[in-house]
Ligand binder design. Structure first.
Ligand code: PLP
Length: 385
């Protein structure tokens, strides 16, 4: 048996040299929407790009290997990936989701439930009693987001998956915040892994994309068929760009998380900051679980300013290296104000329940020099003195 390849090797080189037409080292970009039949009633390996495309398949194969799944479906966005998993839930069944999940996911779940496509229970997944109560209702799907967006709450994927399986539910983990470089939910018991490939997998803030990786080949088949029916598959050009980003996933995220650790330590010691949410800090409530189930703490963090909304406004207006923008996972550092940006769709009540205050800022820490990042935050926080 050939030796199993290290994930770093898969990320850097899966599919390299596989071109049979010209021996291209980099797998080529196949833009053609349609493919020749080999003859009457004889379809070749590809027929039509919504259904299957060689460039998209190259990305799907790489993501499936990185996540340890049986296969993957590449979608046009992270939201399309979430919706593809939801499409497998039978009408009338229950979906259990985190009460502090990504705002767009929250909005989609609430809207589909309102149209009676399924029932939804938003639950604090760090509260064992609340999880147990929700699982007693016999859900079809448990959706997990860890670390959560934007509060970086960490839940135990292995423990929750075991409980969900015992209750007959499938488990989907949104792994966008860490990527398979730092967390592999299927090895911890998940059935599906969801990605917004827009973030770390692409890593350059120039493509919107998504993917679902499934542990079971039957689920891969069902997801593939549904994605073809609904047409949510990603474009070949986007797949090419995302695969290009995946090549450098490990060195990018490892360097970015070093910067994030330095930023978290700096903010943690600053008097204007009430609390820093970064699982790498020993004081973070999820530090122990994160240390066990992740191979790094990632490059996302958030912090609450003692001065509330006004302080948050001053900081985002003062930073120069960090850019005020939504999204995350790119090589450049971004700052976002969840209450008015990423999580505005949740509404004030749901935000209050989730603990997302008006003084909360979220950082996606990039590849700039650590000294420049710290100096930028120091001068921005100085405006609050
Ligand atoms: N899941 C998480 C955790 C996200 O942060 C996002 C986007 O920010 C999404 C899903 C949605 O992804 P996309 O914007 O690619 O549709």
């Amino acid at each position: 048996m050939p030796r199993a390849r290290d994930p770093r090797t898969i990320a850097a080189a899966n599919g390299v040299g596989s071109d049979t037409a010209f021996g291209a080292v980099t797998p080529p970009l196949h833009l053609s929407t349609t493919y020749l039949f080999e003859g009457f009633e004889r379809e070749g390996s590809y027929a039509y790009s919504r259904t299957a495309n060689p460039t998209r398949d190259q990305l799907a194969d790489t993501l499936a290997k990185l996540e340890g799944g049986a296969g993957a479906v590449v979608t046009s966005s992270g939201m399309a990936a979430v919706d593809l998993v939801l499409a497998r839930v039978e009408p009338g069944r229950l979906v259990v989701a985190p009460h502090d999940c990504y705002g767009g996911t929250y909005r989609l779940l609430a809207a589909r439930a309102e149209r009676r496509q399924f029932e939804i229970a938003f639950v604090n997944q760090s509260d064992p009693a609340a999880v147990a109560q929700a699982l007693e209702r016999g859900p079809a799907l448990l959706l997990i987001e860890t670390p959560s967006n934007p509060l970086m709450r960490v839940v135990d994927i292995r423990a929750l998956s075991a409980l969900a399986k015992a209750a007959g539910a499938k488990v989907a983990v949104d792994n966008t915040f860490l990527s398979p470089a730092l967390q592999q939910p299927i090895s911890l018991g998940a059935d599906y892994v969801i990605h917004s490939t827009t973030k770390y997998l692409n890593g350059h803030s120039d493509v919107v994309g998504g993917a679902v990786i499934a542990a079971d080949p039957a689920d891969v088949e069902a997801l593939t068929a549904w994605a073809n029916m609904t047409g949510v598959t990603g474009s070949p050009f986007d797949a090419y760009m995302i695969l290009r980003g995946v090549r450098t996933l490990f060195p990018r995220i490892e360097r970015q998380q070093q910067n994030a650790a330095a930023v978290a330590a700096f903010l943690d010691a600053h008097p204007a900051v009430r609390v820093v949410h970064y699982p790498g800090l020993a004081s973070h409530p999820g530090h122990k679980i994160a240390s066990a189930q992740q191979s790094g703490f990632g490059a996302m963090l958030s912090f609450d300013l003692a001065g509330g909304a006004e302080a948050a406004r001053k900081v985002v207006e003062s930073v120069q290296v960090f850019s005020l923008a939504e999204s995350l996972g790119g090589v450049e550092s971004l700052v976002a104000h969840p209450a008015t940006m990423t999580h505005v769709g949740m509404g004030p009540e749901a935000r209050a329940i989730a603990g997302i205050g008006d003084g909360l800022l979220r950082l996606s820490v990039g590849l700039e020099s650590e000294a420049d990042l710290l100096a930028d935050l120091a001068q921005a926080l100085e405006t609050l003195a």
